[in-house]
Design a protein around this ligand. Sequence first.
Ligand code: SF4
Length: 290
Amino acid sequence: MVKDVFVKTALNKHRKRDAWFLDDYSLNPYQLCEFNCVYCYIRGSKYGENTKHGLAVKINAPTLLEKELYKRARKKEYGFIALSSATEPWMYIEEKYKVTRKCLEVIARFKFPVHCLTKSPLILRDVDLLDEIDKHAVLPEDLKNKLNRGVLITVSLSTLDESVAKVFEPNSPKPRERLNALKELIDNGFYAGIAFMPVLPFISDSNEELEEMVKTARELDVRHVYFSPLTMHDAGRELYFKVLEKYFPDLVEKYEAIYKKWYPEKTYSDQFFRRIINLCKKYNVKLGGK
Ligand code: SF4
């Protein structure tokens, strides 16, 4: 069951802008997430294993956002808003609640730029508003000469293999559906790219699959592409290992060996990035942004 919650603030101001995603703020119209990806870092002791349990609509987010952006705009504190950092803004219930859409209407009115992070083709519903934001957003001073766009879009994938996605992203739209949506966004002229994050060690990181990922980025002519291997925070570790034991029991030891901490051991990650860099050179794909 989806609850309605009333929150005290809508916008989170970040202490430091993220070098990849360029966001100064983040906005999460929902609490938790229907997509329930096994590797998601928002799960944990507070909410339990399933990110659908406790799913809630921040019903007053658009009203609060209006007040918050009014003040920020008066002080000219423009900056990219990440939509979203701890939920999927275009999950299935958004079709009914439209909180993300209402927030976009407010963002468009106050001319803030936005970075959309999504796994969902439902983003296509909002291209009218995104187009308006893209054309009229005011960029922060230090980005004005570097980037002439008010909307950035990043579609995330952890694998291109539908059967692996079914295990690790059980309720998310299929990888092919996400890529089709991305193509449509690019064809519509949006500055859009892919985050292959998290790539799953020994599961979606074979040379063949990494090559397929880089080729996909080339073929779609994305504006940016990021890669990162799985990070395993304490909150999600137990569930991830449970899923490994069930579907990939032979990999449990290998994971224990490389995940002594939250990030894979240096030998693994060095080799991972070396392979990505070589593939990007081979296909003339620029890592990061164009
Ligand atoms: S879509 Fe994103 S926020 Fe939702 S469960 Fe998956 S990783 Fe977490």
